[in-house]
Every structure is written in C-alpha cells, then in structure tokens.
Design a protein around this ligand. Structure first.
Ligand code: ADP
Ligand code: MG
Length: 219
C-alpha cells in the first residue's frame, strides 16, 4: 500500500533529511516510526501525504507514483488519508463537534449526516459526551483524541499520526494510542511516529530512523 524504493530527500544540496529509504507497509498494518528529533520522521510522513516530494527514488501509495502526481491529483490522494500532524491545531473558536464535522462539510456532506458521523467518530474516541465543549476546555490528551476523530471521520484507508503522544503523560498517551489501535483493528493502515520509545507496543513493527537512514535491518 505504501512503498518507498530508495527514496532520498534533500531540503538543501548539502544535507539529507532522508537517505536511501526502502520499505513497504501493507494494507492493514500498524507501524511505528521511531527515532530521535531530526531523524526524518516528519519528512517521511509528509512524503506519504504528498506535502513533500522525493528528491530521488520512487514512492508509491495505493499504486500511485507520488514523484509524478499532478497537483490536481493531490486532493484525491488525501481523501484516503487521515492526517494527525504536529502543527495542525483544532479551531479553538468552534466546538469539538464542529471541528470534527468540518472535513465532511468541506467535501459537501449534508449537515445532518455530517453531525451524525462526527458524533459517531467522537464516540469511538470516548468523547461523545463532550461534543459541545470547546477545544480549550479539554485536556491535551482529549484534544489529541479529537484530532484522531477529525482524521478518521472521512473513513480514510491510511492514518498518518506524527508524534500524536508528544507532551502527553502516559495515561493520556495510552488513550490516544488505544483509539488509533481500534481503527487499525477494523482494517485501517496506521503509521505512528514517536521519539519516545516508551510508547512502542511490544511485538509491534517498528521502523527506526537515524539521521535520515533506516537502522536495525527494516525493509
Ligand atoms: N522544510 C524544511 N527545510 C529544510 N530542512 C528541513 C525541513 N524540514 C525538515 N528539515 C530538516 O530535515 C531533517 C529531518 O527533519 P524531520 O523530518 O522534521 O525530523 P523528525 O520529524 O524526525 O524530527 C532535520 O535535519 C531538519 O532540520
Ligand atoms: Mg517531526
């Protein structure tokens, strides 16, 4: 479903953010992307979402070559992606229900249907009873779970979560990860990055990056 073939990324000519990365992620997998700050985790995620393009090598998502994708094709690609990115905040002047409805309304869903689906998404992350609350009335962990609900409300095939547990305590982090695991359990492919080794599930597949390169024999 996601295939990196010798992908490198250079933001400037003298430094590699990713170097010769080759890996496959299959449909329905849950994969952790681990590595210290600056290792290239966000860059790798941004390439899957076509926010950044490979400098060399080939990247296929759902069979589509993202090095060659036209601008007009990017919205169609993103419709299959649920993105939980670090600097993508909730809108603080709208209720959490309104925040989760937004991705549906922008793709033209009728209000009633959007509200029903947004409430169902909030229910899945354990926040249906807070639907009318404003984001800043929630804890950091609850806000992250709203971000998860917003990411999955369009029923994407792939969830990309870039450090979704950053700045959360263990209990709150586990709740966010439980929500992501629940979506994986019903078949959604999940890629979750972290610089915190403690969040990694035992037995889970872990892709490790250091200075832009895969380490530990992942392929
Ligand atoms: N937009 C950018 N322009 C220039 N350099 C960047 C940009 N984004 C990331 N980098 C550099 O690429 C490397 C990898 O960064 P990043 O993918 O953000 O790592 P991580 O998410 O693992 O912390 C770092 O050296 C970073 O400074
Ligand atoms: Mg990052």
């Amino acid at each position: 479903m996601i295939e990196f073939q010798s992908v490198s990324k250079q933001y400037s000519s003298d430094a590699y953010a990713l170097r010769d990365v080759t890996l496959n992620i299959d449909k329905g997998e849950l994969v952790y992307l681990a590595g210290p700050s600056g290792a290239g985790k966000s860059t790798l995620m941004k390439m899957i979402a076509a926010v950044e393009r490979p400098s060399s090598g080939k990247l296929l998502v759902n069979g589509q070559d993202l090095g060659r994708i036209r601008k007009a094709g990017i919205p169609f690609l993103r419709r299959n992606l649920g993105l939980i990115f670090q600097h993508q905040r909730l809108l603080n002047d709208r209720s959490i229900l309104a925040n989760v409805m937004l991705p549906l309304l922008v793709t033209g869903a009728p209000r009633g249907q959007a509200e029903q689906r947004a409430r169902a998404a909030l229910d899945k992350v354990g926040l249906e009873d807070r639907a009318k609350a404003m984001p800043l009335e929630l804890s950091g962990g609850e806000q992250q779970r709203v971000a998860v609900a917003r990411a999955i409300v369009n029923r994407p095939q792939i969830i990309l979560a870039d450090e979704p547990t950053a700045n959360l305590d263990r209990v709150a982090a586990d709740k966010v990860l439980d929500a992501l695991r629940a979506f994986n359990a019903v078949g959604v492919t999940c890629v979750i990055s972290t610089h915190d080794e403690e969040v990694l599930d035992r037995g889970a597949r872990v892709i490790r990056l250091e200075q832009g390169a895969l380490v530990g024999g992942e392929a």
